[in-house]
Every structure is written in C-alpha cells, then in structure tokens.
Write a protein of this length. Structure first.
Length: 122
C-alpha cells in the first residue's frame, strides 16, 4: 500500500472503532436532542432577555457618564463593546430555534460608574 492509502485506512479504522461505536452515537444523539428541546430554547431565550436588559441599562449609564464628562476614551470603548454585544444578542433573539452558543460577555461596569439611567443610549 502507498503511504497515503495506509494513512487513510488508519483514519477510517479509528473513526469506525472510536467514533462510530453505538454508545458514542447514542450519546451524541441524546446531547443533540437536549440542545434542541423546547425547555432548553426557553432557557436560552430567558438568559438572552436578561442579558439584553442589563446591556441596555448599562449603555444608558455609560452614555450619561460620557455626558457628565467622564474619561471619554474608556467610556466610549465600553459603550461600543456593550452595543456590539447587544446587537449580537438582538440578531439571535428573534430566531431562537437555532443554536445560541454565543461568546460570553465581559462585565461592562463597576459600581462606582453606575448612575440612574435617564437617556436611551442603546
């Protein structure tokens, strides 16, 4: 056998022996069904709605801090980051039927920068 044919045979044997075992396939199917369940979709929807509410409030507080003359570069960067995350979540929220494995969001604020929201920045 040529070298590439030997490698191909080894790869196929590994797939057959390690991945295509009935127990592995059954576990993969079980996990996929759990991910697609209505309960999981509702949990994802609720988590996204909570994060969106937090992001909107945080964007309002950051806009206020900018208006008060806070450290402009840092505040603008945090506002931009929050708006990008909000936009990402809003793109997914109408169609929660697809997988919602989004990147985790970093915390946006410190308690020292919080104030009551009055404007609608986001």
């Amino acid at each position: 056998m040529a070298r590439i044919e030997t490698i191909d045979a080894e790869v196929l044997a590994t797939l057959q022996d390690d991945i295509l075992r009935p127990s592995v396939v059954e576990q993969a199917i079980t996990l996929a069904l759990e991910e697609l369940s209505p309960q999981r979709r509702e949990e994802d929807r609720a988590a996204i709605e909570r994060e969106l509410a937090t992001l909107r409030a945080e964007c309002e507080r950051l806009a206020e801090a900018i208006g008060r003359g806070g450290p402009l570069d840092a505040l603008l960067e945090r506002l931009k980051s929050g708006q990008e995350r909000r936009d990402e979540l809003e793109r997914y929220s109408p169609s929660l039927g697809r997988s919602l494995r989004l990147r985790p969001s970093p915390p946006l604020s410190n308690d020292s920068e919080r104030s009551s929201p009055t404007g609608a920045a986001c």
